[in-house]
Write a protein that binds this ligand. Structure first.
Ligand code: A2P
Length: 279
């Protein structure tokens, strides 16, 4: 229920890009929030940009379209604006989202990312996804798709971890050259949940430089971290269930950082991920 409320508050605040996934188990709430706001006359469907994701257990090409259709049924929407391959590795297909063997090891599955991509292209041709992209792909994996014989559509975006402690300079440059938008997840340095976050890296929002720059503009470290990325062309998808912070994270369009400040923030890069995705 908290997701339904948060998405409604976000839409009222002005957010239009919603980053979702089947594995977040809340697409029914997101869809309901969007439909309620449309019914209220607050927005039209075309104002919203919904991104859905193809999970690891659904990489075999014949599963791609049915999986997207399942997401659309849960959302009760006719199309997604963007559909992306969530991770470049496949798990054993089936109903178990994290399939493991008796020793607790993930059961992987051999698939061909290029064949999965062709099935993604077919989803776009069928009008079920307006655009298609990828997530957590490195340069080599992007090149595999870009160099695929008979490529019909390039990935429009690559969603990866990106924030002042992990600025992704090389991947950002490569993606710029190929017109691939970087969408930065964990733009606030994510939560401190040790079950999936590498907490050996210090909390981003406590950073003295971000806080000092924030003081100058009467902004928080979170707002400076978000502004830094949008100002260099990286899309940000901050997450919050807190109404005040949802609004705070949107108040980043009424100031800009100087070139010197951008450089200072870039220099904070530690090349350490919070989300290591050890799987
Ligand atoms: P909460 O939901 O209680 O606001 P990321 O977007 O990098 O994944 O970070 C999400 C985490 O950051 C969540 O734990 C969220 O908690 C917290 N958070 C979101 N916005 C802010 C903010 N403006 N200031 C401090 N923490 C925030």
């Amino acid at each position: 229920g908290s997701c339904l409320e948060s998405v409604k508050i976000a839409i009222d605040t002005g957010y239009r890009h919603i980053d979702g996934a089947f594995v977040y188990y809340n697409e029914h709430e997101v869809g309901q929030a969007i439909r309620e706001k449309i019914a209220e006359g607050k927005i039209k469907r075309e104002d919203i940009f919904y991104c859905g994701k193809l999970w690891n257990t659904c990489h075999p090409p014949e599963l791609v379209r049915p999986t997207l259709e399942k997401t659309l049924k849960i959302l009760q929407l006719d199309y997604v604006d963007l559909y992306i391959i969530e991770l470049p590795m496949a798990f054993k297909p089936g109903d178990v989202i994290y399939p493991k063997d008796e020793n607790g090891k993930f059961i992987y599955h051999e698939t061909n990312l290029c064949a999965t991509w062709e099935a993604m292209e077919a989803c776009k041709d069928a009008g079920l996804a307006k655009s298609i992209g990828v997530s957590n792909f490195n340069r080599r994996q992007l090149e595999m798709i870009l160099n695929k014989p008979g490529l019909k559509y390039k990935p429009v975006s690559n969603q990866v971890e990106c924030h002042p402690y992990f600025t992704q300079p090389k991947l950002l440059e490569f993606c710029r050259q190929h017109d691939i938008v970087i969408v930065g997840y964990s733009p606030l340095g994510t939560s401190r949940d040790e079950s999936w976050v590498n907490v050996s890296s210090p909390p981003l929002l406590k950073d003295p430089v971000l806080n000092a720059i924030g003081k100058k503009y009467n902004k928080t470290a979170a707002q400076i971290a978000l502004r830094f990325n949008i100002q260099r062309g990286v899309v940000v998808i901050p997450k919050s269930f807190n109404p005040q912070r949802i609004r705070e994270n949107f108040q980043i369009f009424d100031f800009s950082l100087t070139e010197k400040e951008m450089k200072e923030i870039e220099a904070l890069n530690k090349n350490v991920r919070y989300v290591e995705l050890l799987m």
